[in-house]
Ligand binder design. Structure first.
Ligand code: NAD
Length: 464
């Protein structure tokens, strides 16, 4: 696609207020592929004004009509699927097949789910002598990361629109082209002017201006815990609603009765997908001491299939590549046993990192505590179920996880004791309606399905 040199505000592409630009780099070959405008606080202000102006009209639009517009948006995403996949591959580096199936397919599913929910959701309820109205919160400031460029946008914009909110989006600086493509899709779908607005730019400039804007009613942020903490503090100070989807360090708990080979194979696949740049990735594999050596051998064999440049893409940027290689070095320095991969770059060009497996990882090691956000798996040994639970719950995060056992009931009993927002039982499938979000420092609020929609609603009760 051709990059826009302006912002999408009030239903049109307008020149940016400033002159600065951001270079977009293809992480597979390190070439600059486009420039997009670096938005300023003035651009953010223009966009928030447009969203405010459009708010009353969109909030008063019947839900069935809002649903029809979201369905039209979904249809445009389907019609432009090839272009979306190519754009994600160009700016994120994901292998094209992953871009087609996950990066394009999942947002289409999620947009479709909100088209249906907008039409069927009950925006009114009776409680005794009261009628409770579920009304849109207002103008939403959405700030998204680069790891699933389109999914992160759709997971905020679709429920906000379904609820009757209007939106200003500030996408990640590494992946702005997918966001511009989404704005084109919104335009093509015929959403009223100002209902969705896009300002590209730096987090510390445009992102901060959006999060701090007085006329934004709700800030929905996905990204690092460090930035989330700041945004939460700003929102708290202004007494405005905030939703935070932050980091994770999820445990993949393999109980002794599980199908070990399957659990290890799918556990490795889960982390290697998207080059490990998935906040909910099961980066800590917990194995019973009696099965540990077998699991290490299985993990080593499984990871060999993930060849950089073939099944595994590069990381998004040189900065992320450096960061992940630094964690691998730290794992070695702290005494973990590297059984595959390593800190050396596997290819001369591109921000690739070798798929890496560490054994003999203990719970207090840095690689078992901090989010690495790369293709790195740690295998930890546990003594018994209580020990496994202590290790699984022993980080500041609580975003996701997995449990494998011979029968589902056993896995569910363990999953109930985990301090985390999502658990996949014996490799359970992705469900676009299931609430997604964190316990503990993984965040505040939920995305997807009806729980995700309710984040964008506030209640008014009428007494009779
Ligand atoms: P990041 O926090 O640096 O950036 C995320 C977004 O915030 C970007 O759009 C960025 O421009 C913006 N931003 C940066 N500083 C800002 C500021 N001071 N004020 C306002 N906005 C600002 O994170 P990242 O490096 O883009 O993404 C990687 C991190 O995001 C990882 O830690 C990962 O776990 C997390 N993440 C979480 C989820 C989730 O759903 N829980 C999903 C994806 C990524």
């Amino acid at each position: 696609m051709k990059a826009h040199d302006g912002m999408y505000i009030g239903g049109a592409w307008r020149p940016a207020r400033g002159q600065d630009t951001i270079a977009v780099v293809n992480p597979a070959d390190e070439q600059v592929i486009a420039q997009v405008p670096a938005g300023t606080a003035e651009d953010v202000d223009d966009a928030v004004c447009a969203a405010r102006e459009a708010f009353r009209g969109w909030a008063a639009t019947p839900p069935a009509e809002r649903a029809a517009r979201i369905a039209a948006l979904r249809d445009v995403l389907v019609a432009r699927a090839d272009e979306i996949a190519e754009t994600v591959t160009a700016e994120l580096g994901a292998p094209l097949q992953l871009s087609q199936t996950v990066h394009t397919g999942v947002p289409v599913l999620v947009a479709g789910s909100y088209a249906e929910l907008a039409a069927s959701y009950s925006f009114e309820e009776k409680l005794g002598n009261s009628t409770v109205l579920l009304e849109p919160v207002g103008v939403v400031g959405a700030i998204t990361p680069w790891n699933y460029p389109l999914h992160q946008i759709v997971a905020k914009v679709a429920p906000a629109l379904a609820a009757g909110c209007t939106v200003v989006l500030k996408p990640a600086e590494d992946t702005p082209l997918t966001a511009q493509l989404f704005a084109e899709a919104v335009d093509e779908a015929g959403l009223p002017a100002g209902v969705f607005n896009l300002v590209t730019g730096l987090g510390t400039v445009a992102g901060q201006a959006l999060a701090a804007h007085d006329d934004v009613d709700l800030v929905s942020f996905t990204g690092s815990t460090a930035v989330g903490r700041q945004i939460g503090a700003t929102a708290g100070g202004a007494v405005k609603r905030v939703a935070l989807e932050l980091g994770g360090k999820s445990a993949n708990v393999i109980l002794p009765s599980a199908d070990l080979a399957k659990a290890v194979k799918l556990g490795i696949a889960n982390v290697m997908s998207n080059s490990g740049q998935t906040c909910s990735a099961w980066t800590r594999m917990l194995v019973h001491k009696d099965q540990y050596d077998e699991a290490v051998a299985l993990a080593k064999a499984a990871v060999a299939k993930y060849v950089p440049g073939e099944r595994v893409g590069p990381l998004v940027s040189a900065k992320q590549q450096q960061r992940v290689r630094g964690y691998i070095e730290k794992g070695v320095a702290e005494g973990a046993r590297m059984v595959a991969g390593g800190p050396e770059a596997p290819r001369e060009t591109g921000y690739y990192v070798s798929p890496t497996v560490f054994a003999d990882v203990t719970p207090e090691m840095t690689i078992a505590q901090e989010e690495i956000f790369g293709p790195v798996v740690s295998l930890l040994r546990y003594e018994d179920e209580d020990d496994a639970l202590r290790i699984a719950n022993g980080t500041v995060y609580g975003l996701a996880g997995a449990v494998w056992a011979g029968d589902e009931a056993e896995a569910v009993t363990f999953a109930r004791r985990m301090d985390t927002g999502q658990v996949d039982i014996n490799g359970g499938r992705f469900n676009p309606l299931a609430p997604f979000g964190g316990y503990k420092q993984s965040g505040v609020g939920r995305e997807l399905g009806p729980h995700g929609l309710s984040e964008y609603l506030q209640t008014k009760s009428l007494q009779f």
